[in-house]
Design a protein around this ligand. Sequence first.
Ligand code: B12
Length: 221
Amino acid sequence: MQTPAPKNHLAALVANLDEDAVLAQVQERITAGDDPLQIIEECNAGLREVGQKYESGEYFVSGLIMSGEIFREVVELVHPLLEKRTDSDSSGRVLIGTVSGDIHDIGKNMLGMLLSCYGFTVIDLGVDVPPEIFAAKAVEIKPDIVGLSGLITASFEKMKETVTALREKATASGVTFPIIIGGGMIDQQVCHYVGADYWEQDAMGGVRLCQKLVNRNQPAE
Ligand code: B12
């Protein structure tokens, strides 16, 4: 269990869903020249606390949706600074989407926003994406990494179908990319079952994994 941050800290303001105070502090810190990624990390800590409050029954679904909205607004403020720091395609391209039959997208959107904050180009196929669309887009776009999101038990089967379709189409077209999966109930066992290469518990872990995978593909200097 994470220790809650002091009241006026950014993480605590996010955890308390204090939208105005969050945006005011972010704006102040941007003006003061604070590191934008530090701001994102603190907001991410606040989001984890929101998740815990939901699990403990203190927050309802509306709280989760609200926190996603606050995070989106923070990213909007911080993003221009990050764009200045990274050349547009420097970190690689990640194709993401929520698998067929599943419409949950708060977590996927967070992953997409965080990836773009860290300089990745994100192509988001949205929710309820059929396996054949995922596969066709992957072959067309040739991403460095494909990320599948799924929150409901029924998604496991669809993830398996999507991974199979991605691999078949990629092999036939001579394209390669690692497949990572994520979402609330994903673990090593699910990863093994669906045949993905990697899994991650949270979006920040997903960013770190993508950084590792892309660096592995860089030619040695
Ligand atoms: C919000 C929510 C909804 C909202 C979704 C709004 C939206 N736009 O997404 C609404 C109300 C629409 C909804 C609908 C339904 N829901 Co719902 N929902 C939830 C809830 C409460 C929170 C999910 C969420 O957004 N969490 C916050 C985000 C930030 O967390 P996250 O998604 O896990 O993402 C994090 C990580 O997992 C990771 N991540 C996510 N994706 C990926 C991908 C990659 C590649 C990586 C690296 C990381 C990553 O990054 C995020 C940040 O760290 C969960 C309960 C829960 N505890 O998860 C139930 C839950 C997922 N829902 C559930 C169900 C059953 C449904 C419905 C079927 C209900 C119904 N009877 O109609 C429908 C689904 C319809 C469908 N076909 O999809 C069940 C699933 C149970 C099961 N075993 O299948 C849950 C677990 C609730 C429960 N305890 O019963 N839901």
